[in-house]
Ligand binder design. Sequence first.
Ligand code: C2G
Length: 155
Amino acid sequence: MTTVLTYGTFDLFHIGHLNLINRLSELGDRLVIAVSTDEFNAGKGKTSVVSYEDRARIIGSIKGVDLVIPETSWEQKATDIVEHGVDVFAIGEDWAGRFDELKSLCEVVYLPRTDGISSTEIKQMLRVLDPSHITEMQDALSVMSRLLEHYRDLT
Ligand code: C2G
């Protein structure tokens, strides 16, 4: 039985997260995922759109995920590895090299990320739907139409 462990926020769950979870499942027979709590995220300077409870439930419902635990600190990884009998610690390659100290406890693998998608990019895309942003665009549009009128009168 090979147990795999990873950590993440998994906010606004998207295909990049699912691809990673599928890659993690291929590394072993049992997958443990530590989901960052809202408090831990605040420490990372991150505010999740989706609450910890909902993010944990979504991750826990995915085929291949056997256990979800809370990530409450940077320092808990070594304890988690021992407590859960972890054979492989794996995470996206954006973290490459950051957790090499865990090699004394288990195998450490950095997996390919999925390009072109991130929770941050999704939040930025949603921002354009924000009412105040739409007002800004309407104001810009009326300025442009006035300018157009002005130049049309000049020709
Ligand atoms: N990921 C990915 N492809 C993306 C976006 C994310 O493969 N397009 C991976 C990340 O590399 C990470 C996992 O999905 O392994 C979760 O990503 P985040 O939710 O952004 O988590 P992160 O902020 O990296 O938290 O202690 C470690 C931290 O908790 C990791």
